[in-house]
Write a protein that binds this ligand. Structure first.
Ligand SMILES: NC(=O)c1ccc[n+]([C@@H]2O[C@H](COP(=O)([O-])OP(=O)(O)OC[C@H]3O[C@@H](n4cnc5c(N)ncnc54)[C@H](OP(=O)(O)O)[C@@H]3O)[C@@H](O)[C@H]2O)c1
Length: 266
């Protein structure tokens, strides 16, 4: 049986780790030709080789998605290798583990967050939209990864929440603007997933104290109705669905994948 992304060309940013890496595997399993992007070449290359070893098609491109010229080159390389661009998962992001109250951050903190976690997504969207509009048989699907932190406030993490909220606004606006071009855009609003980022965030919040971390993890789990942290593959499967024809009438949507964490507030 053909995969749900058979023959599609897909860029996945942040594919060297966590959700992005899992998505690269799922997209390839579904038949996509996957272009994996990240800054760490060895980890990204390993992921691409894992796909190839399983019989899939993959290309790793080293790119810092907060840099316009590298994003442009990423899309150009994808198109020069595979001929077009059908899907994009703008997933790359970083955390800097500096829990502070909103007024205690510096301007440098603000700029770093915006560049690394918001402008980066827009830079990707811009290059991807340009390609999707101009190619023969225009159209495509874009999924931007946001966070439950972007739905409300996140004490200690104002700028991360701000960046993730900004992604939702960018996604919805572009979804309305580009629908006529055959391009669907949706946001994947992630809850807690078992990745290096969550590990780092938990450690940071616990101040490196193992006992405090255990308590924190238990408190967090008690807030999740499904009583477990998500597996990266579970976010990846949702992203693949949002990129596939199975979601052909879905655009401008913020799809929350959080084990029910925010269900009480919706
Ligand atoms: N895990 C969670 O609980 C959780 C919760 C809510 C939302 N999210 C969101 O889910 C997405 C994936 O996170 P994750 O948990 O999978 O984190 P992760 O394991 O730390 O992976 C982040 C990925 O982003 C890449 N990256 C970061 N900055 C980049 C840049 N400037 N240019 C290119 N690549 C960059 C990293 O690769 P390099 O270091 O190699 O560049 C890495 O591959 C993020 O958008 C995150 O905000 C995660």
């Amino acid at each position: 049986m053909a995969g749900t992304l058979e023959g599609k060309v897909a860029i996945i940013t942040g594919a060297s780790s966590g959700i992005g890496r899992a998505a690269a595997m799922v997209f390839a399993r579904e038949g996509a030709k996957v272009v994996l992007a990240a800054r760490r070449a060895e980890a990204g290359q390993n992921a691409a080789e894992e796909i190839q070893a399983a019989g899939g098609t993959a290309l790793f491109v080293r790119a810092d998605v907060s840099r316009a010229e590298e994003v442009k080159a990423l899309v150009e390389q994808a198109v020069s290798k595979f001929g077009r661009l059908d899907c994009a998962l703008n997933n790359a992001a970083a955390i800097w583990n500096q829990a502070r109250r909103t007024g205690d951050f510096s301007e440098e903190d603000f700029d770093r967050e915006v560049n690394g976690n918001l402008k980066s997504v827009w830079l990707c969207m811009r290059a991807e939209l340009e390609q999707m509009c101009k190619q023969e048989r225009p159209g495509g699907t874009i999924v931007n990864v946001s966070s439950v932190n972007g739905l409300g406030g996140a004490p200690g993490g104002a700028f991360y929440a701000m960046a993730k909220a900004g992604i939702l606004a960018l996604t919805k606006t572009a979804a309305m603007e580009y629908a006529a071009d055959g391009i669907r855009l949706n946001a994947l609003v992630a809850g807690a997933f078992d990745t290096p980022m969550l590990d780092k965030a938990m450690d940071g919040a616990a101040g490196g104290n193992a006992e405090a971390r255990k308590t924190l993890e238990q408190r967090y789990l008690s807030m999740i109705p499904l009583r477990r942290i998500g597996r990266p593959e579970e976010a990846a499967e949702t992203a693949a669905w949002l990129c596939s024809e199975a979601s052909s009438y879905v655009t401008g949507h913020s799809m929350i994948v959080d084990g029910g964490l925010t269900a009480w507030a919706r």
